[in-house]
Design a protein around this ligand. Structure first.
Ligand code: F0G
Length: 482
């Protein structure tokens, strides 16, 4: 990675790219932000983008593309079958991961659908370092059970552990001893563990998981959606890997897996997904689902233009200057918030900064969705759109009981190469103000609660008039500022 040292020893991220296309933003006055939040049922997924100032909802499909990616889109081959675009993507994936078989899908969860349909049987279990919402939904809809085998440090919100995404290998051994290898559909390892704050696993840990899987004949499936961040952290934080190149680390990771699937809305900075498979028999078991649910085998529901962009994006993922921007900006944001005493997940991970709503709003019980309430309050105070990652993102069990999440987080994603440092500083300033006024923030309750993936489109309402009181305090402190 390019090393630049500053005269007075300051530490701030310096981009190794420049911005050549811009999109104008709109910052509404706070009274209109309050109205927009209520129109959206206090659910940031339901906001209209025209009302949002900084969209930190997700990094999915909203990363900035490079000039090379845009150029590649112009040479897409849109043949229904046998397109050269497919061959270019296939070749790049073989070069990076060394697996002979590839099935394209329209996005990551479509890959999860196929993997789970083929591998999960009723009453089997899928141990994982930690679940992602859609991964869990696909396992459970096929009758399987998800077991979280993250190391205990992974759930410590504030920590100095550099690899909080590590799998608890002893727990996996104990599970095999208890339930038997036959009950385990597959072992799932997630790169850049999303729901615990974008935290990486180490290569050493992955190798231990692989050795355990080999001992018991278990399949190891890697969710590589957030691989770019994890690669960067392995290179930066794992002493034994400091001299490896990013492609070498990539191949060392891939060598541990039997199947690698990914959302190309994240990995490759495009929009799509796919499944790389080592074994031909397994490929044949999965193949039939692609023409059935996705599209023909050489596009799988993706636009060929996006496929070209993904091929170039995958290549650019091997360049540390390209993948460092996200983690460096996130570190800057997390450390600034931490210095101001705002509770955030530490150490900084990938994906975004994560506010700890449990400590931010200790007076709001989990049954009143503190992370959802904080996400709503932040939008009102700043026009910044974050995402609830807590109890609201959980699903009721078969008896209608609502499981309380391990963590109550507000995720402020930093899509790669999209925001400037001054925009990050604006978000930090408003979060700081909100923290100083946290006692004003109250809880939320459901008005409309969908049965499946309720966080996407459920509607809620504030309990009491806390939102109006927050707006009044903002006006008192900031007068006529937006
Ligand atoms: N796996 C991981 C680790 C993810 O983060 C995502 C998506 C998926 C699978 C599903 O992929 O969206 O292409 O179908 N994460 C998005 C997010 C939705 O906002 O974190 P998809």
């Amino acid at each position: 990675m390019s090393k630049v040292t500053f005269f007075k020893g300051e530490q701030f991220p310096l981009e190794m790219h420049k911005v050549r296309i811009i999109q104008k933003l709109n910052l509404l006055p706070i009274e209109e932000r309050l109205q927009a939040m209520n129109d959206a049922g206090c659910n940031t997924f339901l906001l209209q983008n025209r009302d949002v100032f900084l969209d930190m909802l997700t990094d999915s499909g909203v990363n900035a593309m490079s000039d090379q990616q845009l150029a590649a889109m112009m040479i897409a081959d849109d043949a229904y079958a046998g397109s050269a675009t497919y061959t270019r993507l296939y070749d790049k994936l073989v070069e990076l991961f060394g697996m002979d078989f590839f099935l394209p899908t329209h996005q990551g969860r479509a890959a999860e659908n196929i993997v789970s349909k083929v591998l999960v049987r009723p009453h089997t279990v899928v141990p994982m370092n930690y679940h992602f919402t859609t991964s869990k939904a696909h396992v459970t809809v096929n009758g399987g059970e998800v077991l979280e085998l993250i190391t205990p440090e992974g759930l410590e919100v504030s920590s100095t552990n550099q690899f909080k995404g590590n799998f608890d290998v002893d727990a996996l051994e104990a599970l095999v001893a208890d339930r038997g290898a036959d009950a385990i559909a597959f072992v799932r390892m997630e790169a850049g563990t999303n729901l615990i704050g974008g935290q990486p696993f180490s290569l050493a840990n992955l190798r231990e998981v692989k050795a355990t899987c080999d001992r018991h004949g278990l399949l190891l499936v890697l969710d590589a959606s957030l691989l770019a961040d994890n690669l960067y952290f392995i290179k930066q934080r794992e002493a034994d890997c400091a001299d490896m190149t990013i492609p070498e680390i990539t191949r060392a990771i891939a060598d541990c897996a039997d199947i690698i699937y990914f959302s190309a809305r994240k990995l490759g900075f495009g929009r799509g997904g796919g499944i790389c498979i080592r074994d031909e028999e397994m490929y044949k078991r999965m193949r039939g689902f692609v023409p059935m649910y996705e599209g023909f085998l050489t596009y799988g529901g993706m636009s060929v233009r996006e496929m070209e962009a993904i091929t170039v994006g995958l290549d650019e993922t091997m360049d540390e200057d390209m993948i460092s921007q996200g983690p460096l900006f996130i570190k800057y944001m997390v450390e600034d918030l931490d210095r101001r005493g705002v509770p955030v997940i530490t150490p900084a991970g990938g994906l975004g900064a994560h506010l700890d709503a449990m400590r931010f709003l200790p007076h709001v019980p989990q049954s009143q969705y503190p992370a959802g309430a904080l996400a709503a309050a932040l939008f009102i105070a700043s026009g910044v759109r974050g995402m609830e990652r807590g109890t609201l993102s959980e699903q009721r069990d078969a008896d209608g009981v609502e499981p309380m999440a391990n963590m109550e987080l507000v995720r402020l994603a930093l899509p790669r190469r999209v925001f400037t440092l001054s925009q990050v500083s604006y978000a930090v300033d408003r979060i700081d103000w909100l923290f100083a006024n946290r006692e004003l923030i109250g809880g939320l309750e459901f008005v409309e609660e969908p049965e499946i993936l309720r966080f996407f489109y459920g509607r809620l309402a504030p309990i009491g008039d806390w939102q109006e009181r927050l707006v009044a305090k903002f006006r008192e402190d900031f007068q006529d500022s937006l």
